[in-house]
Design a protein around this ligand. Structure first.
Ligand SMILES: *[C@@H]1O[C@H](CO)[C@@H](O)[C@H](O)[C@H]1NC(C)=O
Ligand SMILES: *[C@@H]1O[C@H](CO)[C@@H](O)[C@H](O)[C@H]1NC(C)=O
Ligand SMILES: *[C@@H]1O[C@H](CO)[C@@H](O)[C@H](O)[C@H]1NC(C)=O
Ligand SMILES: *[C@@H]1O[C@H](CO)[C@@H](O)[C@H](O)[C@H]1NC(C)=O
Length: 360
């Protein structure tokens, strides 16, 4: 384990000096994934194709102990999963300890990682790798940038770059998915919902633009990875996890539509979600029974945007055994629904149908 000293000094009296350990496990170069030469697919460092068969285990690092993580990962490996999406600073709270009782940060300050918490994440990432499973890391959930109403939080203009650099330095080569359950362009969702309840009138709310914070986080990650890999040209696979909320006048929920002009966005993403809306949803490109629609749209966007071809993934589809729309009054998605959706998201037959929709 290597130790490096970090000095921070906000005010002379509050200045602090502490040690940050670098990762207990050094991520091997072979971990890296990049886009294939035509921009559409994933490839490994030896240029062989990589098939992204992902599972979302958002709370893997937070809720499971080592034995449970091993049981879960060995099960996923036996079923052919190649990647697991998991979160560093999770949605269950900055003040909520992991199974060993460790918190992510000292004094809830995202620029002061608590070594024990991240060392445990290192050990699970290493364990996953021993099963041939990569981790796609969500450094922090969306609520730490802003809440539903649009109030800022702890990952902000002061802290995002430093936190990003810590993540990049410690977890080079892991694909990164910036935040979740939110979009970089936002309206006051609380107010929109209140208005719906009060009669369905939707006034135009002021759009908030959180993209500068995303940029800080992403630029910190890229800087950290370039430093630790001594590769000044390295760009990790990185995307955002847009949610399906659709507000008037804002781009649809594809990473490329919301923040597509950034060089750090090296992968496109959508969320086909957990809800069936027969026959059609209120929001375009959002139906858990038709995941090929947003996936096909991303494929088409990548094809037509010069210099911006990117591999695309559906970051969050229906979960096996989760109720439709999360409501127990409805049916739940079963294993064959999930398999069908997976197939539809990669099958040329279905992606071709999506092209027809785009052209129509
Ligand atoms: C994890 O928790 C289970 C109980 O759920 C326990 O049996 C097991 O020993 C624990 N493993 C570790 C490494 O603490
Ligand atoms: C950013 O978050 C930190 C806590 O992590 C807080 O102390 C600081 O006031 C916030 N800064 C801004 C500009 O909101
Ligand atoms: C969002 O809307 C809620 C409810 O109308 C309101 O109380 C709150 O102040 C708004 N937040 C912002 C950041 O404007
Ligand atoms: C799974 O659910 C679908 C409806 O979503 C149903 O048509 C199918 O029969 C179910 N399959 C199994 C094996 O239960």
């Amino acid at each position: 384990m290597r130790f490096s000293r970090v000095t921070c000094s906000v005010l002379p009296l509050l200045s602090c000096l502490y040690s940050v350990a670098s990762a207990a496990w050094t991520v091997p170069k072979e971990y890296a994934l990049t886009a294939s030469p035509d921009g559409h697919f994933f490839q490994k460092s030896d240029r062989s194709p990589f098939f992204w068969q992902g599972d979302t285990a958002w709370l893997l690092f937070h809720r499971l102990n080592f034995t449970e993580a091993e049981m879960y990962l060995s099960d996923r490996a036996s079923k052919g999963f190649t990647i697991v999406l998991a979160v560093g600073l999770t949605q269950i709270g900055i003040a909520s300890p992991n199974r060993a009782g460790d918190l992510p940060f000292v004094n809830q300050d995202p620029t002061k990682p608590n070594e024990a918490y991240w060392a445990y994440i290192d050990s699970i990432a290493e364990l996953a790798w021993s099963y041939g499973i990569r981790i796609a890391l969500v450094p922090c959930w969306g609520q730490y940038i802003h809440d539903s109403a649009g109030n800022p939080s702890v990952i902000n203009g002061t802290t995002a770059y430093t936190f990003g650099k810590f993540i990049g330095d410690r977890y080079p080569y892991l694909p990164k998915i910036l935040v979740a359950d939110t979009n970089p362009l936002w309206e006051n969702k609380t107010a929109v919902i209140d208005d719906f309840a009060a009669g369905g009138v939707i006034p135009q709310y002021k759009h908030q633009d959180w993209r500068p914070i995303y940029d800080d986080l992403a630029n910190g990650i890229v800087a950290g990875e370039r430093q630790v890999t001594s590769n000044r040209a390295w760009n990790p696979l990185m995307t955002i996890h847009p949610t399906n909320l659709w507000f008037n006048g804002l781009p649809i929920a594809l990473a490329s539509a919301q923040i597509g002009d950034r060089d750090w966005l090296t992968m496109d993403a959508c969320q086909s979600g957990h809800t069936d809306f027969p026959p059609d949803g209120p929001i375009p490109w959002w139906n858990a029974r038709r995941p090929w629609e947003p996936v096909g749209l991303m494929y088409a966007t990548g094809q037509t945007t010069s210099g911006k071809k990117r591999p695309a993934v559906d970051n969050e589809a229906h979960y096996e055994n989760r109720y439709d729309d999360g409501k127990s009054a409805y049916f739940y998605w079963n294993a064959s629904d999930v398999r069908t959706g997976t197939w539809q998201s990669v099958s040329p037959v279905f992606l071709g149908r999506s092209m027809d929709l785009i052209e129509a």
